[in-house]
Ligand binder design. Structure first.
Ligand code: UDP
Ligand code: MG
Length: 309
């Protein structure tokens, strides 16, 4: 049952053993000073280090600290949804375990919620220190996803505060592969934004490799849009018009007795059509595999241990 005025903070944590204590105490200090009632739910996403042991230690010392541990690594999105599921608060806030999302902004987000906003989105005013290739890929991904979802996500982050109504709306979605960042805007509600500067990660390393980011991008674009499938029809039409032009040209060559000349065109056409067909089949295959995953209706995550909740 949602406890009135209580703020639930959900922190997905994967191999964050050295961050748990620090993050908890930093948040605790700020919220106590601002007299905000709260609970902090750490979701251990199948860590291979002592993350869950650290969470358990905290939970045995502080009633506000709670923890769930997955049976294996299910990914950050799954961890966010698991946290939302057990949260008791009247509003929930999602933030990273490495304090790259500044905890000092929580009281302001909470104040905006009390003022009546149902979704308070943290938007990145700067991306912090990042390698240029990563920034370029992230920008391209957000450009595509903003276009196809019609939601401006260029500065979106998972640092968000959601009212109980928005949380409940998210929780009834049966999707197996939810994309939290987009879905939390998609549900609507009275929304405001709060800019923040991404802080540097002080302890541990980022969990994202370039390959995992590419997979994340493809998964989320296809979970939110069927535009790539429509692109296939568009490509088909372009090829169709090109073939009319080339057809007319080939017939002209044939009747004027120069038929052999167009051989290069034939080879080029073969290559282009062959590659377009294969890429298109790949798109379709990807969507079929997504349907396959959804239809199996496996749980988004499996919980192996919990403490405090
Ligand atoms: N995380 C997670 N599961 C994963 C990868 C990451 O729960 O499979 C958590 C991680 O512990 C952190 C947050 O998601 O709290 C953001 O991860 P990270 O700092 O590695 O990403 P970055 O800030 O580099 O985008
Ligand atoms: Mg980080």
């Amino acid at each position: 049952m949602p406890v009135e005025e209580k703020l639930s903070i959900i922190i997905p944590s994967y191999n964050e053993q050295d961050n748990i204590q620090r993050t908890f105490h930093t948040i605790c200090e700020i919220l106590t000073a601002n007299q905000i009632p709260f609970e902090i739910i750490f979701v251990d996403d199948g860590s291979k280090d002592l993350t869950y042991v650290r969470i358990q230690e905290l939970s045995s010392q502080h009633t506000q600290a709670k923890g769930i541990s997955f049976s294996r690594n299910f990914g950050k999105e799954a961890a966010i949804f698991a946290g939302l599921e057990v949260a008791e608060g009247a509003c929930c806030l999602i933030m990273d375990c490495d304090l790259q999302h500044p905890a000092s902004l929580i009281p302001e987000m909470y104040r905006l919620w009390k003022e009546g906003f149902e979704v308070v989105e943290g938007v990145k005013s700067s991306r912090g220190k990042e390698n240029p290739l990563h920034t370029l890929c992230a920008k391209t991904f957000y450009r595509i996803i903003s276009k196809v979802t019609a939601i401006d996500m260029s500065q979106a982050s998972d640092f968000k505060l959601l009212d109980r109504k928005a949380v409940d709306a998210l929780l009834i979605m049966p999707e197996r592969a939810p994309f939290f960042r987009a879905l939390s805007s998609w549900v609507g509600f009275k929304t405001t934004t709060l800019p923040f500067e991404v802080q540097d990660r002080e302890i541990g390393a980022s969990k994202w490799s370039l390959w995992s980011l590419i997979r994340y991008a493809i998964r989320n674009i296809t979970s939110f849009s069927s535009a790539p499938l429509q692109l296939i029809s568009l490509l088909g039409w372009i090829m169709f018009f090109a073939s009319i032009v080339l057809g007319v040209q080939s017939l002209y060559q044939y009747f004027s007795g120069n038929a052999l000349e167009g051989f290069t065109t034939v080879i080029l056409l073969q290559l282009v059509i062959g590659s377009v067909l294969m890429i298109s089949l790949g798109f379709i295959g990807h969507y079929i595999s997504r349907i396959y995953d959804e239809i199996k209706a496996r749980p988004r995550y499996i919980i192996s241990k919990r403490c405090g909740c």
